[in-house]
Design a binder for this molecule. Structure first.
Ligand code: PLP
Length: 276
Protein backbone atom coordinates (compact mmCIF):
# COMPACT_ATOMS: atom_id res chain seq x y z
CA UNK A 1 0.00 0.00 0.00
CA UNK A 2 0.94 3.63 -0.39
CA UNK A 3 1.91 6.22 2.19
CA UNK A 4 2.80 9.89 2.29
CA UNK A 5 5.27 11.37 4.73
CA UNK A 6 6.47 14.98 4.78
CA UNK A 7 6.17 15.67 1.08
CA UNK A 8 6.86 12.25 -0.41
CA UNK A 9 4.70 9.37 -1.61
CA UNK A 10 6.34 6.03 -0.78
CA UNK A 11 5.42 2.37 -0.33
CA UNK A 12 4.04 2.10 3.22
CA UNK A 13 6.67 -0.46 4.28
CA UNK A 14 9.53 1.85 3.37
CA UNK A 15 8.43 4.88 5.39
CA UNK A 16 10.56 5.35 8.48
CA UNK A 17 9.46 7.88 11.08
CA UNK A 18 12.26 9.55 13.07
CA UNK A 19 12.35 8.50 16.71
CA UNK A 20 11.93 12.08 17.92
CA UNK A 21 8.62 12.48 16.06
CA UNK A 22 6.12 14.06 18.48
CA UNK A 23 3.25 11.94 17.29
CA UNK A 24 5.27 8.93 18.36
CA UNK A 25 6.50 10.33 21.69
CA UNK A 26 3.59 12.48 22.86
CA UNK A 27 0.63 11.68 20.63
CA UNK A 28 0.98 15.40 19.91
CA UNK A 29 -1.19 15.67 16.85
CA UNK A 30 -4.56 15.25 15.21
CA UNK A 31 -5.97 12.96 12.55
CA UNK A 32 -8.81 12.01 10.21
CA UNK A 33 -10.09 8.89 8.50
CA UNK A 34 -11.83 9.41 5.18
CA UNK A 35 -13.62 6.69 3.26
CA UNK A 36 -13.43 6.57 -0.51
CA UNK A 37 -16.33 5.05 -2.45
CA UNK A 38 -15.77 4.34 -6.14
CA UNK A 39 -12.95 6.86 -6.39
CA UNK A 40 -14.77 9.63 -4.52
CA UNK A 41 -13.61 10.60 -1.04
CA UNK A 42 -16.91 10.85 0.88
CA UNK A 43 -17.50 14.14 2.75
CA UNK A 44 -13.80 14.97 2.32
CA UNK A 45 -14.29 18.72 2.75
CA UNK A 46 -16.12 18.15 6.05
CA UNK A 47 -13.35 15.88 7.34
CA UNK A 48 -10.62 18.36 6.39
CA UNK A 49 -12.46 21.27 7.97
CA UNK A 50 -12.73 19.22 11.19
CA UNK A 51 -9.00 18.49 10.92
CA UNK A 52 -8.34 22.24 10.71
CA UNK A 53 -10.52 22.78 13.78
CA UNK A 54 -8.76 20.00 15.71
CA UNK A 55 -5.38 21.48 14.76
CA UNK A 56 -6.47 24.94 15.86
CA UNK A 57 -7.72 23.54 19.17
CA UNK A 58 -4.24 22.18 19.96
CA UNK A 59 -2.51 25.30 18.59
CA UNK A 60 -0.97 23.42 15.69
CA UNK A 61 -0.54 25.37 12.48
CA UNK A 62 -1.74 23.43 9.44
CA UNK A 63 1.09 23.10 6.89
CA UNK A 64 -1.40 22.72 4.02
CA UNK A 65 -4.70 24.33 3.13
CA UNK A 66 -7.83 22.21 2.79
CA UNK A 67 -7.51 22.55 -1.01
CA UNK A 68 -3.88 21.37 -0.95
CA UNK A 69 -4.82 18.39 1.22
CA UNK A 70 -7.64 17.51 -1.18
CA UNK A 71 -5.14 17.55 -4.05
CA UNK A 72 -2.70 15.35 -2.11
CA UNK A 73 -5.46 12.86 -1.27
CA UNK A 74 -6.55 12.66 -4.89
CA UNK A 75 -2.94 12.24 -5.99
CA UNK A 76 -2.44 9.44 -3.46
CA UNK A 77 -5.56 7.62 -4.61
CA UNK A 78 -4.46 7.88 -8.22
CA UNK A 79 -0.95 6.67 -7.43
CA UNK A 80 -2.29 3.80 -5.30
CA UNK A 81 -4.84 2.94 -8.01
CA UNK A 82 -7.54 2.60 -5.37
CA UNK A 83 -11.28 3.13 -6.01
CA UNK A 84 -12.62 1.89 -2.65
CA UNK A 85 -10.26 3.00 0.03
CA UNK A 86 -9.62 4.39 3.46
CA UNK A 87 -7.37 7.39 3.76
CA UNK A 88 -5.71 7.95 7.13
CA UNK A 89 -4.25 11.42 7.59
CA UNK A 90 -2.38 12.76 10.60
CA UNK A 91 -0.60 15.98 11.43
CA UNK A 92 1.81 16.23 14.34
CA UNK A 93 3.91 18.94 15.91
CA UNK A 94 6.93 17.62 14.06
CA UNK A 95 10.36 16.24 14.79
CA UNK A 96 12.43 17.67 17.65
CA UNK A 97 14.45 16.53 20.66
CA UNK A 98 11.96 15.39 23.30
CA UNK A 99 10.78 18.29 25.44
CA UNK A 100 7.14 18.89 26.33
CA UNK A 101 6.85 22.53 25.24
CA UNK A 102 6.21 23.25 21.57
CA UNK A 103 9.32 22.79 19.40
CA UNK A 104 10.55 25.13 16.72
CA UNK A 105 9.89 22.55 14.01
CA UNK A 106 7.57 22.23 11.04
CA UNK A 107 4.57 19.93 11.51
CA UNK A 108 4.74 16.40 10.10
CA UNK A 109 2.06 15.18 7.73
CA UNK A 110 1.52 11.50 7.14
CA UNK A 111 -1.11 9.59 5.21
CA UNK A 112 -1.84 6.02 4.31
CA UNK A 113 -3.98 4.82 1.41
CA UNK A 114 -5.44 1.36 1.89
CA UNK A 115 -8.24 -0.71 0.38
CA UNK A 116 -11.37 -0.13 2.46
CA UNK A 117 -12.32 -2.65 5.10
CA UNK A 118 -16.10 -2.38 4.99
CA UNK A 119 -18.41 -4.29 7.28
CA UNK A 120 -20.24 -7.08 5.49
CA UNK A 121 -23.95 -6.91 4.73
CA UNK A 122 -24.36 -9.78 7.21
CA UNK A 123 -23.09 -7.54 10.00
CA UNK A 124 -25.38 -4.69 8.96
CA UNK A 125 -28.34 -7.07 8.77
CA UNK A 126 -27.63 -8.69 12.13
CA UNK A 127 -26.58 -5.62 14.12
CA UNK A 128 -23.94 -5.71 16.83
CA UNK A 129 -23.52 -6.20 20.55
CA UNK A 130 -21.93 -3.43 22.61
CA UNK A 131 -20.61 -3.12 26.15
CA UNK A 132 -21.33 -0.18 28.46
CA UNK A 133 -18.11 1.12 30.00
CA UNK A 134 -16.95 4.17 31.93
CA UNK A 135 -15.85 7.06 29.76
CA UNK A 136 -12.35 7.65 31.10
CA UNK A 137 -11.27 10.17 28.52
CA UNK A 138 -10.22 13.79 28.94
CA UNK A 139 -12.54 16.78 28.68
CA UNK A 140 -11.82 17.73 25.06
CA UNK A 141 -13.26 14.77 23.18
CA UNK A 142 -14.36 17.07 20.33
CA UNK A 143 -10.70 17.23 19.26
CA UNK A 144 -9.74 14.31 17.03
CA UNK A 145 -6.45 13.87 18.84
CA UNK A 146 -3.91 11.09 18.44
CA UNK A 147 -4.19 10.29 22.15
CA UNK A 148 -6.44 7.26 21.90
CA UNK A 149 -5.34 5.20 24.88
CA UNK A 150 -8.71 5.29 26.72
CA UNK A 151 -10.45 4.48 23.43
CA UNK A 152 -8.06 1.60 22.76
CA UNK A 153 -8.57 0.19 26.25
CA UNK A 154 -12.35 0.50 26.05
CA UNK A 155 -12.48 -1.14 22.61
CA UNK A 156 -10.32 -4.02 23.82
CA UNK A 157 -12.43 -4.57 26.95
CA UNK A 158 -15.50 -4.65 24.70
CA UNK A 159 -13.79 -7.08 22.33
CA UNK A 160 -12.78 -9.29 25.28
CA UNK A 161 -16.51 -9.51 26.08
CA UNK A 162 -17.37 -10.45 22.52
CA UNK A 163 -18.66 -6.97 21.71
CA UNK A 164 -18.15 -4.91 18.58
CA UNK A 165 -17.93 -1.61 20.42
CA UNK A 166 -17.74 0.02 23.84
CA UNK A 167 -20.47 2.56 24.51
CA UNK A 168 -19.17 5.04 27.05
CA UNK A 169 -20.90 6.56 30.06
CA UNK A 170 -19.82 9.77 31.79
CA UNK A 171 -21.54 11.25 34.84
CA UNK A 172 -24.53 8.96 34.34
CA UNK A 173 -25.12 9.67 30.65
CA UNK A 174 -24.17 7.88 27.44
CA UNK A 175 -21.62 9.93 25.52
CA UNK A 176 -20.53 7.92 22.45
CA UNK A 177 -18.68 4.80 21.36
CA UNK A 178 -14.90 4.37 21.53
CA UNK A 179 -14.73 5.11 17.79
CA UNK A 180 -18.37 5.80 16.92
CA UNK A 181 -21.27 8.07 17.85
CA UNK A 182 -24.18 6.42 19.66
CA UNK A 183 -27.97 6.79 19.43
CA UNK A 184 -31.10 5.45 21.10
CA UNK A 185 -34.54 5.43 19.48
CA UNK A 186 -37.73 5.63 21.58
CA UNK A 187 -41.28 6.09 20.26
CA UNK A 188 -39.98 7.11 16.85
CA UNK A 189 -37.59 9.78 18.18
CA UNK A 190 -33.81 9.52 17.84
CA UNK A 191 -31.76 10.60 20.86
CA UNK A 192 -28.05 11.38 20.74
CA UNK A 193 -25.59 13.21 22.98
CA UNK A 194 -25.30 16.93 22.18
CA UNK A 195 -22.29 17.94 20.10
CA UNK A 196 -20.29 19.54 22.91
CA UNK A 197 -16.78 18.90 24.24
CA UNK A 198 -17.69 15.46 25.55
CA UNK A 199 -18.00 13.78 22.15
CA UNK A 200 -16.37 13.84 18.77
CA UNK A 201 -18.60 15.72 16.35
CA UNK A 202 -18.87 12.87 13.90
CA UNK A 203 -18.99 13.68 10.22
CA UNK A 204 -21.30 10.69 9.81
CA UNK A 205 -23.38 11.96 12.74
CA UNK A 206 -23.93 15.30 10.99
CA UNK A 207 -24.82 13.50 7.74
CA UNK A 208 -27.23 11.15 9.52
CA UNK A 209 -28.95 14.03 11.35
CA UNK A 210 -29.42 15.64 7.93
CA UNK A 211 -30.79 12.39 6.52
CA UNK A 212 -33.17 12.06 9.50
CA UNK A 213 -34.50 15.58 8.87
CA UNK A 214 -35.10 14.70 5.21
CA UNK A 215 -37.00 11.59 6.30
CA UNK A 216 -39.06 13.56 8.81
CA UNK A 217 -37.57 11.59 11.71
CA UNK A 218 -37.32 13.68 14.86
CA UNK A 219 -33.89 13.89 16.48
CA UNK A 220 -33.23 15.21 19.97
CA UNK A 221 -29.64 16.08 20.82
CA UNK A 222 -30.14 15.42 24.51
CA UNK A 223 -28.46 13.54 27.32
CA UNK A 224 -29.80 10.05 27.92
CA UNK A 225 -28.95 7.44 30.52
CA UNK A 226 -27.69 3.86 30.14
CA UNK A 227 -31.14 2.75 31.43
CA UNK A 228 -32.81 4.70 28.63
CA UNK A 229 -30.55 2.93 26.11
CA UNK A 230 -31.34 -0.48 27.61
CA UNK A 231 -35.07 0.26 27.25
CA UNK A 232 -34.84 1.78 23.77
CA UNK A 233 -36.87 0.45 20.83
CA UNK A 234 -33.76 0.64 18.66
CA UNK A 235 -30.18 1.79 19.02
CA UNK A 236 -27.34 2.40 16.63
CA UNK A 237 -23.81 3.61 16.03
CA UNK A 238 -22.40 5.79 13.29
CA UNK A 239 -18.89 6.36 11.95
CA UNK A 240 -17.03 6.77 8.71
CA UNK A 241 -16.22 3.06 8.61
CA UNK A 242 -19.35 1.64 10.33
CA UNK A 243 -21.83 3.92 8.46
CA UNK A 244 -25.15 3.38 10.30
CA UNK A 245 -24.95 0.20 12.34
CA UNK A 246 -27.71 -1.23 14.52
CA UNK A 247 -27.01 -2.10 18.15
CA UNK A 248 -29.06 -5.19 18.90
CA UNK A 249 -27.64 -6.00 22.31
CA UNK A 250 -26.14 -3.98 25.17
CA UNK A 251 -24.26 -6.28 27.54
CA UNK A 252 -26.91 -8.90 28.42
CA UNK A 253 -29.90 -6.84 27.32
CA UNK A 254 -31.47 -7.37 23.91
CA UNK A 255 -32.58 -4.09 22.30
CA UNK A 256 -36.05 -4.05 20.77
CA UNK A 257 -36.69 -7.19 18.77
CA UNK A 258 -33.00 -8.10 18.69
CA UNK A 259 -32.89 -7.19 14.99
CA UNK A 260 -32.15 -3.85 13.28
CA UNK A 261 -35.36 -1.85 13.58
CA UNK A 262 -37.23 0.21 10.96
CA UNK A 263 -35.69 3.59 11.82
CA UNK A 264 -32.12 2.33 11.71
CA UNK A 265 -32.80 0.59 8.40
CA UNK A 266 -34.39 3.71 6.90
CA UNK A 267 -31.54 5.92 8.04
CA UNK A 268 -28.91 3.54 6.67
CA UNK A 269 -30.68 3.18 3.32
CA UNK A 270 -31.01 6.95 2.92
CA UNK A 271 -27.41 7.45 4.06
CA UNK A 272 -26.29 5.04 1.35
CA UNK A 273 -28.13 7.15 -1.21
CA UNK A 274 -25.97 10.04 -0.06
CA UNK A 275 -22.85 7.95 -0.73
CA UNK A 276 -24.19 7.44 -4.25
N1 PLP B 1 -16.50 9.17 18.06
C1 PLP B 1 -15.20 8.83 18.16
C2 PLP B 1 -14.57 8.81 19.51
C3 PLP B 1 -14.46 8.51 17.00
O1 PLP B 1 -13.18 8.16 17.09
C4 PLP B 1 -15.12 8.53 15.73
C5 PLP B 1 -14.43 8.21 14.48
O2 PLP B 1 -13.55 7.45 14.39
C6 PLP B 1 -16.48 8.85 15.69
C7 PLP B 1 -17.12 9.21 16.86
C8 PLP B 1 -17.21 8.89 14.38
O3 PLP B 1 -16.81 10.02 13.63
P1 PLP B 1 -16.94 10.05 12.05
O4 PLP B 1 -18.39 9.85 11.72
O5 PLP B 1 -16.46 11.42 11.69
O6 PLP B 1 -16.09 8.96 11.51
Amino acid sequence: SLAFFNGEFLPTESVVIPIDERGHQFGDGVYEVIKVYDGKPFLMREHLVRLENSAKAIRLEMPYSVEQLEDLIHEGLTRAELRDAQVYLQITRGIAVRLHAFPDAPPSVSMTFRPSKSLTEEVFNAGVKVALLDDERWLNCYIKSLNLLPNVLAKQTAADRGCFEAVLVRDGYVTEGSSTNAYAVKDGVVYTHPANKRILHGITRAAVLQVAAELGIEVREELYTPEFLLNADEAFLTSTTAEVLAITQVDDTVIGTGKPGPIVRKLHAKFRELIG
